[in-house]
Design a protein around this ligand. Sequence first.
Ligand code: FAD
Length: 476
Amino acid sequence: LTKDRYKVQRGKYASLTDKDVRVFEEIVGKTRILTDDADVEAYNVDWLRSVRGFSKCVLKPKTTEEVSAILKYCNERVLAVCPQGGNTGLAGGSNPVFDEVVISTSLMNNILEFDSLSGVLSCQAGCVLEQLETFLLEQGHMMPLDLGAKGSCQIGGNVSTNAGGLRLVRYGSLHGNVLGIEAVLANGEIVNCMSKMKKDNTGYHLKHLFIGSEGTLGFVTKVAIQCPVNPKSINVALLGLESYDKVLEILKTSRRDLGEILSSCEMMDLDALKVVEENLKLRIPIKECPFYILIETSGSNSNHDEEKLALFLENALDKKVVLDGTQASEPSRIKQIFELRERIAEALLMDGFLYTYDFSLKPVDFYSIVPALREHLKNLPNVLRVNGFGHFGDGNLHLNVTSKEYSKEILNTIEPFVYEWVSKVGGSVSAEHGIGFKKTGAVKFSKTPQAIKLMQQMKGVMDPNGILNPYKVLPL
Ligand code: FAD
């Protein structure tokens, strides 16, 4: 966690003065500004403990108008800022790199409106995903996205990273589910695109500029999102398989036999599941197998869903595609099974240091990078684990390496090896975690020079002084 790990120069931004702090106090009040090092510390470090910034000031606005006043002032002073939601991002985008002022959305947490006929929820950017899920369940609806970080991540952060998660296979990405966005531009102007209509072809779809741009084009303050009806029947199956060929077979048959009720299709290799057993003491309820698939079905008729799932499992067992399996429909058992998958990242981090990658790959290429990387790292004695798991139904692999502590040698052996591999097979070097600060050097493996140039031009138009989340997303 040292500054010299970064090969980046501080931009020509102003440095925070006492006068700036007084102006911020006028905007948000004295109680919603943090300047003590101890209070600011948690905002400077990421969830993975892999990056550290040196901000001296955190602001906690409650309204769009306050965000607007802060940005207008920062833009005029050319003070760099770093938007922060739940600080669960895995690409180092949510933390300052140098002394950027952190603008946290944690107090912008009001649910504004829910229309039970259209299923559209409007809320402020700082609502925690789980808080929204709890609210919606009472209305018979649900959020169209779910992730392991749901207890801390916020909807503004989800939108800004275009988070994917466990339900994307069924409900699609936030580019489809987010109907409206209100955002504040670098100069403080408020752009209200809070449409609540599913269809709205009135010119350029500006909301898409804010979805997935990781706080570099605007500060998201409100979101309107389409929320499906909560399914009446949910079933989960954890299956053990002997080879990756069988995993591919399950992908095919689950799509064919479960069709519209398939709502999650996750894959874990043995090494990834072992880590939750070893580090978190969670029990794996089926016998040890080289691969595991977690399938969730959600539907409106339990008889229909159970019949479909039973037939699918029967076929898989008869044809010896599956070595062992367990099924659950009670919420507590479902939670236990999902925990095995959702807590892998937390368990990996307990090894010490986690090098984590998030790739989009075709099913046929999905897993081959894991053994290839294992082989590539075999002469480095400090490597503890190399494993793979992920949102298999979406072709999204999380590739992980752990060591007791950070090692430059390990990092330099992993990169650019893995990026070149992914680029060669036409995959994406960031499926859902974004580019943030840590992956700016990898953008070129998935985007052409022309595309990168256009991205830079868009940044220039929307944030000419470059104050919004500098050193992030665009190649330096
Ligand atoms: P932060 O981490 O605070 O910020 C993320 C980025 O968005 C930063 O660049 C930040 O500057 C920007 N930002 C935040 N708020 C705003 C705003 N209001 N306006 C403009 N920019 C903003 N991700 C997935 O996609 N799928 C998963 O399944 C998944 N699982 C995870 C599991 C665990 C255990 C953990 C720790 C993380 C996981 N993530 C996953 C990554 C992370 O949770 C998501 O990226 C999440 O969307 C980040 O939300 P956040 O509120 O924590 O944002």
